[in-house]
Ligand binder design. Structure first.
Ligand code: ZN
Length: 108
């Protein structure tokens, strides 16, 4: 299993949602966006590791994609929130920021 988000959606002006594949099949949705008027970034998701308060790869992968999506983003810190994110049909699907196919498109 590749530890990279496979799909991405824009869920608000500055909110990115990433679908991270699960080793058990399916996906965990991870939302990243500004909190506190933009002072911090908050990463929202729920997975078994996060529930057990263990580190998981979703946090770093989501931040990496977010900073590729919003390279000018400035924030003081990163918070996490343990809540499941559910797919919303109003979100707009976008290429996964920073993924190899996105870089190829930019170069070409
Ligand atoms: Zn996780």
């Amino acid at each position: 299993m590749r530890r990279e988000p496979l799909y991405a959606w824009q869920a608000g002006r500055d909110v990115l949602v990433l679908a991270c594949p699960s080793s058990r099949g399916g996906f965990y949705l991870v939302a990243v966006g500004p909190a506190d008027g933009g002072a911090d970034l908050v990463v929202v998701h729920e997975c078994p590791a996060a529930r057990a308060r263990r580190p998981c790869w979703h946090l770093a992968a989501a931040l990496k994609s977010y900073l590729a999506w919003r390279p000018g983003a400035r924030y003081g810190g990163v918070r996490t929130s343990l809540r499941p994110v559910r797919l919303n049909p109003s979100w707009k699907q976008v290429p996964v920021p920073g993924a190899p196919q996105t870089r190829t498109e930019v170069v070409a």
